[in-house]
Design a protein around this ligand. Structure first.
Ligand code: ADP
Ligand code: MG
Length: 321
């Protein structure tokens, strides 16, 4: 019989895990959008209120879940995406930790409605601070709708730490842009405080960039392409004369997942050398494809940092491209 050591109750463990996964409303947006994509959604809608502080909702027309899967989806380490640790190195879908929904459910009011293609009736599951409030049958179209209300209501220290709605909305928009850029084949709608903010059809990458950042982008974009054994480079860079003083349009994707990598940013800045006015940053939308077993993308809980096996080679190829 142990005297001092106890296992934490599941809902406490989930709240702690939530601290890693969910920093702010934008983190929830990222997880829900990625899940919608993973489920094969082709039309995805994002609805937020007050920068996501009072409401974040994502509606997709993807595969949906049956009742048992819906109930499991909010349990920690419950995932349909990996079965064993080695799968982590092969994974092609966006998410793989199986803790996003459980974490979010632990620190908010989560309302999940879902129906798969086989069942006539869907499932409506309500969670409150990690505790299940109800599960009922419901009539809905195929797909999934998850709404997250009052984020951090039960962790006042985190809630107080949130910035103004305007600032939080900017973060939300950034996450949205990252997902929308990686998936031009999906149509997106976005609503903020009951007003439609964006409505972008499925398209190619160039059109997607223009739809997100304005029609003036069309003249600025220069395609890049390079293919080697180690890496395939694609996407667009902006002409140097359009470089701006502010950060904002620097996007790197590795195997279609947004990443931050100062080293690769440096490779691009290096390639622009002598072409930029002082203190300006060029926009870029670069997509790298590498064999999944040559990267480690799971080194950071929010999965935006990445390690390459052949970092120097990737740098050189990117720079010359
Ligand atoms: P992960 O994405 O890492 O598997 P999550 O907590 O984000 O973990 O989701 C748990 C599981 O719930 C997923 O593996 C998936 O099977 C299911 N799920 C979540 N969101 C959706 C959705 N929008 N449509 C269908 N299934 C979903
Ligand atoms: Mg996920």
């Amino acid at each position: 019989m142990s005297e001092r050591i106890e296992l934490l109750p599941e809902h406490v463990a989930n709240q702690i895990a939530a601290g890693e996964v969910v920093q702010r409303p934008a983190s929830v947006v990222k997880e829900l959008l990625e899940n919608a994509i993973d489920a094969g959604g082709t039309e995805i809608q994002l609805i937020v209120k007050e920068g996501g502080k009072t409401l974040i909702q994502v509606v997709d027309n993807g595969a949906g879940m049956n009742r048992a899967d819906a109930e499991l989806s909010v349990v920690r380490h419950a995932t349909s995406k990996i079965r064993k640790a080695e799968d982590l190195f092969e994974i092609h879908t966006m998410g793989f930790r199986g803790e996003a929904l459980a974490s979010i459910a632990a620190i908010a009011r989560l309302d999940l409605q879902t129906r798969n293609g086989k069942d006539d009736l869907g499932t409506h599951l309500k969670m409150m601070g990690g505790t299940r409030e109800s599960v009922e049958e419901t009539v809905i179209p195929q797909g999934t709708s998850i709404s997250v209300k009052n984020l951090f209501f039960n962790i006042p220290a985190r809630r107080n730490f949130l910035k103004s709605s305007k600032v939080e909305f900017r973060h939300v928009l950034e996450e949205f842009q990252r997902v929308a850029l990686a998936h031009p084949e999906v149509s997106f709608k976005m609503t903020h405080n009951d007003a439609q903010f964006l409505n972008i059809p499925e398209s190619n990458l160039r059109r997607r960039i223009v739809n997100l950042f304005g029609s003036r982008m069309n003249d600025q974009l220069v395609p890049v392409g390079e293919e080697t054994q180690v890496v395939r480079v694609g996407g667009f860079i902006c002409k140097p004369e359009y470089a701006k003083k502010s950060r904002g349009m620097q996007f790197f994707f590795v195997n279609n997942r947004f990443v931050k990598n100062p080293y690769l940013h440096h490779a691009i800045m290096n390639a622009y050398e002598g072409l930029l006015r002082p203190d300006t940053l060029p926009g870029y939308f670069i997509f790298l494809e590498v064999p999944p077993d040559t990267i480690d993308i799971n080194i950071h809980p929010t999965k935006t940092e990445i390690k390459f096996e052949n970092e120097q080679t990737v740098y050189a190829i990117l720079r010359s491209a």
